[in-house]
Design a protein around this ligand. Structure first.
Ligand code: F0G
Length: 354
């Protein structure tokens, strides 16, 4: 069962909506004690593994909604701009519903796995000599002038689908987490999670809201720096965005929740990326490690007070937005390559250090 079926009473669907699903959602929420140890006493850290969605990222939650509604409204083509994951997801859901998919990407700035996904699902992939922000401007105009439905997160149905992530976290924990940490790129996801938590509270399913902690990459941190970044830079290509579409909504989520949006450097992202893989056993793409890098940095700054004397432990949920296999080049680049020896047991044993 996908997220529409599971949460339809909270979503804008009717009996007539064709449900285009790949059984997305219901992703693992796993405890990560090695990270909690770095935060301080009295905290539990949970990782929402969104890389286990059908196309390997959180985008599938929003895409099942956006494509279902597009098909309901009679569309026969969808379009998106993307740093990679949106295009992979749009291409898959378009394939599933047998409609056309056009994706506009910044040339040379998309992780290999994501490009492979868009291509294999049969999307028309167009790379522009420009960045994500320019690609988004183009697709916005395309969808106004031509009969194609825009499925970036400026499409409100994307936000509706993605808010189901909050519902799953609350259902699993039995309450909202105390802190909710996530990477911020185009800022659709922070908008969606905050909307989801607020709606769950209104319905009486939870009694308080989390503090939202958003993190941007230092070279692509327009919200933190309060200015559009013309040439955003970061190794976390998924969030290499200089002018987020949901800028204001992200600030609202931050301010209404008493949270923050701050930046982490590429070095801090890589450190968290490796820590997650080596100590927690979870391989994510670099952008996803931003949430963990962010809370580890805030812990060092003394943001999380000693909670050991409180009656209740505090939960921190980090959203791990995409799978590590999306961007194998990055893993290979920042690690030692395998040593090559002769096909001889003595040589192998010597090298293995046994
Ligand atoms: N993490 C990953 C892995 C992403 O792909 C994205 C966004 C984000 C975080 C940030 O989420 O944009 O909602 O703030 N990727 C988009 C794309 C831009 O085109 O795939 P956001």
């Amino acid at each position: 069962m996908g997220v529409i079926e599971r949460y339809k009473r909270y979503l804008p669907v009717t009996g007539k909506t064709p449900i285009i699903t790949l059984e997305e959602g219901d992703t693992p929420l796993i405890k990560a004690d090695p990270i909690a140890e770095k935060i301080g006493p009295g905290y539990d850290v949970w990782l929402k593994c969104e890389g286990l969605n059908p196309t390997g990222s959180f985008k599938d939650r929003g895409m099942t909604m956006a494509v279902s509604k597009a098909v309901e409204e009679g569309a026969n083509a969808v379009v998106c701009a993307s740093t990679g994951n949106t295009s992979a997801s749009a291409a898959a859901y378009a394939a599933r519903s047998n409609i056309k998919c056009i994706v506009i990407i910044p040339e040379g700035a998309i992780a290999l796995g994501k490009l492979a996904q868009a291509l294999i699902h049969g999307a028309k992939v167009i790379a522009i000599r420009g960045n994500f922000d320019q690609a988004l401007e183009i697709v916005r105009e395309m969808s106004e002038k031509y009969p194609v439905t825009l499925v970036n997160s400026v499409n409100p149905y994307r936000i509706e689908g993605q808010k189901t992530g909050s519902f799953e976290i609350c259902d699993k924990l039995g309450h909202a987490p105390f802190y909710h940490a996530l990477p911020v790129g185009n800022a659709g996801n922070i908008t969606a999670y905050w909307k989801g938590y607020k709606e769950y509270k209104e319905k009486g399913n939870i009694c308080r809201l989390p503090v939202m902690l958003g993190f941007q990459a230092a070279g692509s941190a327009p919200i933190v720096e309060k200015r559009v970044i013309k040439d955003p830079e970061t190794i976390a290509t998924a969030i290499k965005i200089g002018n987020p579409a949901s800028w204001e909504q992200a600030e609202n989520a931050r301010d209404e929740s008493g949270g923050l949006i701050e930046k982490v450097t590429d070095e801090e992202i890589i450190e968290a990326y490796k820590f997650l893989a080596e100590r927690v056993g979870v391989f994510v793409e670099p952008a996803s490690a931003t949430s963990v890098a962010g809370i580890m940095k805030k812990a060092q700054d003394g943001y999380f007070p000693d909670n050991s004397r409180e009656r209740k432990r505090k939960d921190i949920v980090c959203i791990l937005t995409g799978h590590g296999l999306k961007d194998p080049d990055r893993a290979i680049k920042c690690l030692e390559h395998p040593v090559v020896v002769n096909a001889d047991i003595d040589d192998v044993i010597k090298e293995a250090g046994l």
